[in-house]
Design a protein around this ligand. Structure first.
Ligand code: FE2
Length: 286
């Protein structure tokens, strides 16, 4: 029995990211793993196609610079990301990084501002600016996503384009159990927001490929500068992620003592429970 036969409908019938378009352009045929099963991704007659080990084609789409496939029968399109189509944005594949952690744990870390001064010191935070101020969290029934707004944090170097420290406003969306989209004040364009999306490919229950999309307003920095900035941040997160105990995200509200700053993480856990997501989590009992 393959691992994906025991998936819940929430995972089986969803789109999952399996490759960047950059990666299939560079290696022609990408051999990778989704839900513990080996798959391949390649361009066939112009369109990206993911195939299982037995050669069967899976439902496959290309969105936002990535290939998404499903081991089941997806009913709708992937979540919307309208900023990707704005003509003055730089859309860039930031990196694909293998991490030994569950996808939900990686999302939880992405949502957490409390670690900025200690893990991303001098970049996304610094002492004494350690307070996570209160912010709003809602679960939008209409869009079926977790939304955290009004998250304010002082950052010494908020982006590659930053010239000085600024108080940055964050908005987080979690529009997919294993994907999160972050909007943050753009140092290069006051009043607008840079977009950084984390698309997690569930390789196994405790292993992901983390794909990072950058959709930025920045006419100055080189592609390499933009990638280096994001890869530096992610390299700081990787050992933290891999040392999480347990590696799967406990969904029982009593499992880990919540503090106020964890409001978005608590909403995320509840949303996963309500959706019946079982992959990479420790389900709540009873
Ligand atoms: Fe981080």
């Amino acid at each position: 029995m393959t691992e994906s036969s025991s998936l819940s409908a929430a995972e089986r019938n969803a789109w999952q990211v399996v490759s960047s378009l950059d990666e299939i352009a560079a290696s022609r045929r990408v051999a990778t793993v989704l839900f513990g099963e080996p798959i391949t991704v390649a361009r066939e007659d112009g369109a990206a196609v993911a195939r299982r080990a037995d050669g069967a084609a899976m439902p496959t789409i290309e969105r936002y610079g990535y290939v998404w496939a499903s081991v089941g029968a997806p009913e709708g399109d992937l979540f919307p990301l309208p900023e990707f189509a704005e003509p003055d944005r730089r859309n860039l594949h930031g990196a694909t990084i293998g991490v030994r952690v569950s996808a939900p744990r990686a999302i939880e870390n992405f949502l957490d501002m409390g670690h900025f001064p200690f893990v991303h010191t001098g970049i996304l935070g610094e002492e004494p600016h350690t307070e996570v101020k209160d912010y709003d969290v809602e679960v939008s029934a209409e869009r079926d996503e977790v939304l955290a707004t009004g998250c304010l944090f002082y950052q010494p170097m908020a982006a590659a384009s930053a010239k000085a420290g600024i108080e940055v406003e964050y908005v987080y969306r979690v529009p997919h159990p294993f994907c999160s989209v972050l909007y943050k004040s753009s140092p290069a364009a006051p009043g607008r927001q840079d977009v950084i999306a984390l698309f997690l490919q569930p390789v196994g229950e405790e292993q992901v490929r983390a794909h990072m999309l950058l959709s930025l307003i920045d006419d100055v920095s080189s592609d390499a500068d933009l990638r280096n900035f994001q890869q530096t941040i992610f390299a700081q997160d990787k050992p933290i992620l891999e040392n999480q105990v347990p590696k799967r995200l406990p969904l029982d509200p009593r499992a880990e003592t919540p503090i106020r700053a964890d409001k978005s993480a608590i909403a995320y856990r509840r949303w996963l429970s309500a959706k019946g997501v079982g992959y990479g989590v420790i389900p709540a009992r009873g």
